[in-house]
Design a protein around this ligand. Structure first.
Ligand code: ADP
Ligand code: MG
Ligand code: ZN
Length: 476
């Protein structure tokens, strides 16, 4: 029998607000244990939560970007469970009236385009972290993360392959970053996802019994966990056994999943409406102002770049892979740079410089006018491409003054034909060997000669002009 894998995802996203969801403590990552806390986020009796406006804005923006309908009257609920990382013994979350519902995300995979339906999106608070010290055999608690705002995005069971899951997560990450609502760093836990998976005979429409896998902190782990868990379930069923609904933990090192606990039902959490927070009522005016402020997202930009500038698909993808890069590109074009030139500089020099420095696009100093000036100088023939790259390197970190740098280092391209001609003649006279090689049909010899002339002129000549002059002299 052939089997079909069915997957639904629950993704937790840590929001990039400055402060926590119900108090004004910082959300900064790290910090000495238990220093980013107050009576509210450590759950002291009598302390009262107040919802952060920024968290609400971010959740609504995300809901809008994922095509959800926004719940005009929503509420918080208490999800009760006892675990030492949660001092209140309940998490404030949303069960009955989540802030957004019924969205859709279009994904593209090698096997084709698909739409993944979003079941709902809700706001909740994060819990603390338990740190086990094997040396003293004790567990310590760090509550810095308690009360950090999260949104949980739950899909319908619409995925059939690991490729689709990863395409969805990449799209989600791109969207969240464009919105500026999260940095989505998987290694810091700001994007974490639980994978619910079941299998069923190909062609059947009912759902099989699912397991939920936690602790997946990279795309690689997700893909491997999906493959292993699908195999495990198929094997069980083929042996005449049953899949048990449970939560399993993926062990990265052992490449296997382990049962953690039997799956809880909503009733195990004894949910009830959070009495300390009033319901949230959203006005049409509020929603309208957020809709109007939504940025253009990556997909729309790609489409527009293709249409308006005729850029290749690959270029469109690269320069929209990050909002700061796309904004740099748009700035360049606005300042008159030819779009393809702008794209080439971004894909080559800009991305190269960033990766050499381990920096992210949003943290770069370089502004559109600086790079546009460099591109214009190359276009006018006042700077050759190689020298321009050197100038780029010099101004990149501080957004330095291109013209001043060129002046100070005497880098402007030599457009002195007589000097180029004279130097070329001298080089030919001094290197009869290369001349003979070239005349014997070895094209490569010309490259070596161009190099020598360029060196003589300290790289300031236009290599195309040098090439032409050499050919002319060699033909005589
Ligand atoms: P819970 O509230 O117990 O976490 P939900 O019904 O909210 O369960 O579903 C959680 C996730 O599991 C959703 O993404 C949903 O699409 C997915 N899911 C539910 N049933 C199945 C199933 N049989 N196979 C695969 N995924 C499933
Ligand atoms: Mg769940
Ligand atoms: Zn606090």
């Amino acid at each position: 029998m052939t089997w079909e894998t069915v997957i639904g995802l629950e993704t937790h996203v840590e929001l990039a607000t400055r402060t926590k969801i119900f108090c004004s403590c910082t959300t900064r990552f790290g910090g000495a244990p238990n220093t980013h806390c107050c009576p509210v986020c450590t759950g002291m009796p009598g302390a009262l939560p107040v919802l952060s406006r920024a968290v609400l804005d971010y959740a609504v923006k995300t809901g809008l970007a994922l095509g959800c309908s926004i719940t005009r009257y929503s509420k918080f609920d208490r999800k009760n469970y006892f675990y030492p990382d949660l001092p209140k013994a309940y998490q404030i979350s949303q069960l009955y009236l989540p802030i957004a519902r019924d969205g859709a995300v279009d994904i593209r995979t090698p096997a084709g385009d698909r739409t993944i339906r979003i079941h709902e999106l809700h706001m909740e608070e994060d819990a603390g972290k338990l740190v086990h010290d094997p040396w003293t055999d004790r567990t310590q608690i760090d509550l810095n993360r308690c009360g950090v705002p999260l949104i949980e995005i739950v899909t319908e069971p619409d995925f059939r392959t690991a490729d689709e899951v990863i395409a969805y997560l990449e799209k989600l990450r791109e969207t969240l970053r464009y919105l500026g609502v999260s940095d989505c760093k998987m290694q810091e836990g700001s994007l974490r996802c639980d994978v619910n998976l079941s299998v069923r005979p190909m062609g059947s429409t009912g759902l099989g019994v699912r397991t939920e896998m936690k602790n997946l902190n990279s795309f690689k782990a997700i893909a491997r966990a999906i493959a292993h868990e699908a195999d495990r379930q198929i094997e069980l069923i083929e042996e005449g056994k049953r899949v048990i609904q449970e939560t399993r933990r993926w062990d990265e090192n052992k490449d296997a999943t382990y049962a953690m606990r039997s799956k809880e039902d909503a009733q195990d959490y004894r949910y009830f409406p959070e009495p300390d927070l009033p319901p949230i009522e959203l006005s049409e005016g509020y929603l309208e102002s957020l809709r109007a402020a939504q940025p253009e997202l990556a997909e729309a930009k790609r489409e527009r770049y293709r249409r308006m500038y005729g850029l290749p698909e690959y270029d469109c993808r690269m320069i929209t892979s990050d909002r700061a890069l796309a904004e740099l590109f748009e700035g360049l074009v606005e300042l008159g740079a030819p779009p393809k030139q702008g794209a080439n500089w971004i894909m080559g020099e800009v991305l190269g410089a960033l990766s050499a420095r381990g920096k992210e696009p949003k943290d770069m100093a370089l502004t559109p006018p600086t790079l546009a000036r460099l591109i214009a100088l190359v276009g006018e023939g006042r700077l050759n491409r190689n020298t321009a790259v050197k100038v780029f390197e010099a101004v990149f970190d501080t957004d330095g003054d291109v013209d001043a740098h060129i002046r100070e280092h005497g880098l402007e391209q030599l457009n002195d034909d007589a000097l180029v001609r004279e130097t070329a003649a001298r080089v030919l006279a001094a290197d009869p060997r290369s001349v003979a090689d070239y005349r014997a049909g070895k094209e490569k010899a010309l490259g070596a000669l161009v190099g020598q002339v360029m060196r003589e002129l300290k790289g300031r000549a236009d290599p195309r002009a040098v090439n032409a002059v050499l050919r002319e002299l060699l033909a005589q």
